[in-house]
Design a protein around this ligand. Sequence first.
Ligand SMILES: [Zn+2]
Length: 287
Amino acid sequence: MRIFDPHIHMTSRTTDDYERMAAAGVRAVVEPAFWLGQPRTSPASFADYFDSLVGWEPFRAGQFGIRHHATVALNPKEANDPRCRPVLDLLPRYLDKDAVVAVGEIGYDSMTPEEDEAFAAQLALAVAHDLPALVHTPHRDKARGVERSLAVVAESGIEPGRVVLDHLNEVTVGLVRDTGCWLGFSIYPDTKMSPPRMVELLRTYGTERVLVNSAADWGRSDPLLTRATGEAMLLAGFTDDDVDRVLWRNPVEFYGQSGRLDLTGLDAAVDAGTGTWAGNSILRGGS
Ligand SMILES: [Zn+2]
């Protein structure tokens, strides 16, 4: 099973996670810029963070045979902090970088006027830089947040097929399904979606334009839940080809729209399904 996790915050994870992910079949990840828990007090903190998302973290992932790309944005939560607003002016510089395959995470946290502004401004940046957009949907008041996000997306003029609305669930999937936008689902250990619930949604809505991610970060989360979802799909009667579509070809198609997704060399180097690199077990950083 080859796996592309289209939304995972590796900055918050250990090398043990990279090892386990590689062994489970994860060969590519996209790491969206997000809130780090501790509020940042100046745009310079973001510049260092963005630099690490396009520099250090791809190197670290590479030690484990995993290809790493990033998305860059001012996240919805910190869009409310006036100290962080100048980050919007930093973004064009990063959106030109080869390792950046979308604008994100953008969208709503508490649905404030400040978030409205940052969301619209960053969708305009996505259009200007010809990049897809990753839209985080809020954890509270979810249905209203999704409806409002779709309205802002429609107003922006971005092509819906270049937008994913993420963190969807049974309540919100129907709102997005016929909009032409992609459907993103984050599988968590005990909140939001679980692998069995995800399988039910795939049965109901099919595999087209569906992205499944672990969204693993510094909270309680599990970077192997993409693999668990693939296994749950097989147990439920989906084919290997269905699993490959959801866990590999769909994210390749979505982020491929950036024209920057580089997956060359992965097939040659990783022995399919065994999680080894060029016939050896995991490479270790520094050795
Ligand atoms: Zn996230």
